[in-house]
Design a protein around this ligand. Structure first.
Ligand code: FAD
Length: 521
């Protein structure tokens, strides 16, 4: 095909992966990327964690909060919605789907479900943890050697580093204490270690966190040749994917600055608009495979905060090590995270993904004078992520007769944990108690977060090996029966996983992009 146009819906890490690879691999292609939210940073898609000024950072987060964006609500084209009292709060930079006002989703069984609406998507706000899937987390119908290559390419796109903060003596002492507690129970190669993160270590020891900007790479650089074939339209909502039978002809978009709607023809459309809004857009467009919106999974999460005990820490680090750490940290006050450790998922011994973030401060205010409120050795925020096993009945469904605040068929989420998950949650909570005791004293006891808190929503457009009604996409991310319609994001993950999903979703997108690029070329 000569000079194909590819329309990408959503500017998060997955939409950005498609844009970059298709422009690199299809010589005359043009990519138009549509993003419903505003651009936050001069370089599109940069992580807001890199913004040094606290007021600017807060503003960028507020601008990402869609219907709950306060003063920015009008600029997003959204009528004022009442936020109900007593609602759950969303993580900074995100907004709840069930925000309690007119046109909000119905999600009593999944109350913390949230999204980000901005250039870079959730990838402008994420923690950047990028472990690789292992054992049964992997996709059974992709061969291991191909999969390993896809993961390597995904790591390159996201700037993944396995050894961020690895020289931190405090981080090392935390690892040694955890290893003393758990090491003997963990299989070879899956013990306590540093957490791979997406970002570039800086000479001062800090990390420049990766967002969609690094995935876009040369596309985000106006002086590059590739960027001349790339157009990013922010504040532009894709209302429908247009069809001629089972062929996509393009997308109907609405400019949220003017309200004007127009049709943009495209040879290929990639929908990467998150695990709720992508299936919603497909459903609104009349693309309704049986599995669409179903098999919703996430990670039940048990978290706690621990004040590090000086005597325990001093077994492996000195006061001088701590002073050096604090001096290094003082150079970068914008980012309180100073070391990242983990215990990875393994089977059958350890079906959990554990994240241990060392920080000088707690993520919640502690009144001066309360025990451990000014702990010289600092704190760790620890979380156990667990599996949710896919079931058809855990689902987001859509209602033609009721519209959401954007005028789309409204969403209802039904979701329940089963005995199988309850058992793993109880085991993880027990282990979290052991981890806390090994490191110090709990200042926030282990607690199970409400459903939806992980922000890792998976399965609602799952990929499958055959078109048997239990999947939405083929092994190359194409919607079954629609040759030029691709989908992307965590929603494609068909397995029960415990690890953070973005690296895996980028790997899946690399596979889809390679295949469609070959066909377009
Ligand atoms: P998104 O990043 O969600 O982007 C989708 C975009 O589509 C959004 O910008 C949205 O506005 C846009 N959109 C939606 N509908 C339309 C439409 N109709 N028209 C136009 N645009 C539309 N993952 C990890 O792996 N590790 C972590 O440590 C981690 N930590 C996280 C911490 C936080 C606070 C958050 C919020 C997320 C975290 N995640 C983490 C999740 C990670 O950010 C997501 O997995 C990733 O961003 C998904 O990428 P995506 O491109 O599929 O979707």
């Amino acid at each position: 095909m000569s000079n194909p146009t590819i329309a990408v819906v959503g500017s998060g890490p997955i939409g950005s992966t498609y844009a970059r690879l298709l422009l690199e691999q299809v010589p005359n292609a043009r990519v138009v990327m549509f993003e419903a939210g505003p651009q936050l940073t001069a370089v599109p898609g940069e992580s807001v964690r890199n913004i040094p000024d606290p007021a600017e950072k807060a503003r960028a987060r507020e601008m990402s909060q869609g219907p709950q964006a306060g003063a920015f609500r009008e600029s997003l084209g959204i009528p004022a919605a009442t936020v109900a009292e007593g609602m759950f709060t969303a993580r900074q930079g995100t907004h709840l789907l069930d925000f309690g006002g007119t046109g909000s989703a119905h999600a009593p069984s999944f109350p913390a479900a949230a999204a980000a609406t901005n250039v870079g998507g959730q990838g402008a706000h994420w923690t950047c943890a990028t472990p690789s899937p292992a054992f049964s987390e992997k996709i059974p119908f992709i061969a291991d050697d191909e999969w390993d290559g896809l993961i390597e390419e995904a790591k390159g796109l996201l700037h993944v580093h396995s050894a961020a903060f690895a020289d931190s003596k405090v981080g090392e002492a935390i690892r040694r204490l955890l290893d003393g507690e758990f090491g003997a129970e963990l299989p070879e190669g899956y013990g306590v270690g540093t957490l791979p993160v997406a970002g570039d270590p800086q000479p001062d020891g800090s990390v420049r966190w990766a967002g969609a900007d690094v995935v876009l790479g040369p596309l985000a650089d106006k002086t590059s040749l590739l960027s001349q074939r790339f157009e990013l339209r922010d504040l532009t909502l894709v209302r429908r994917v247009e069809l001629d039978g089972h062929r996509i002809t393009g997308v109907t978009v609405q400019d949220l600055r003017t309200g004007d709607e127009s049709f943009v023809p495209a040879d290929v459309v990639v929908v990467a608009a998150d695990a709720f809004r992508s299936p919603q857009l497909l459903w609104a467009s009349g693309v309704r495979p049986r599995a669409l919106g179903h098999y919703l999974t996430e990670h039940p999460v048990v978290i706690s905060t621990v004040a590090l005990d000086a005597d325990k820490m001093k077994q492996f680090a000195t006061e001088e090590d701590l002073d050096a750490e604090l001096a290094r940290r003082a150079q970068n006050p914008a980012d309180p995270v100073a070391a990242v450790n983990r215990i990875p998922f393994s089977e059958p011994e350890h079906p959990f993904s554990v994240q241990v973030m060392y920080s000088e401060s707690t993520p919640f205010p502690m009144a001066p004078g309360t025990p451990y409120s000014d702990n010289r050795w600092g704190y760790v925020n620890m979380g156990y992520g667990m599996r949710k096993h896919p079931r058809y009945e855990d689902a987001v469904t859509f209602d033609e007769d009721e519209q959401d605040y954007r005028g789309f068929p409204n969403m209802t989420i039904e979701y329940a944990l089963t005995e199988r998950e309850e058992k793993e949650i109880a085991e993880a909570t027990e282990r979290l108690r052991r981890a806390g005791k090994a490191l110090g004293v709990f200042v926030a006891e282990p607690r199970l977060m409400p459903n939806g808190s992980s922000l890792h929503y998976q399965g609602t457009m799952r990929m499958g090996e055959t078109d048997d009604g239990t999947s939405v996409a083929d092994p190359w991310s194409r919607v079954w029966g629609y040759e030029n319609l691709l989908v992307g994001g965590n929603a494609l993950i068909p397995t029960a996983t415990a690890m953070n999903p973005t690296l895996m979703s980028v790997a899946i997108a690399v596979r889809g992009a390679r295949k469609i690029a070959t066909e377009l070329s």
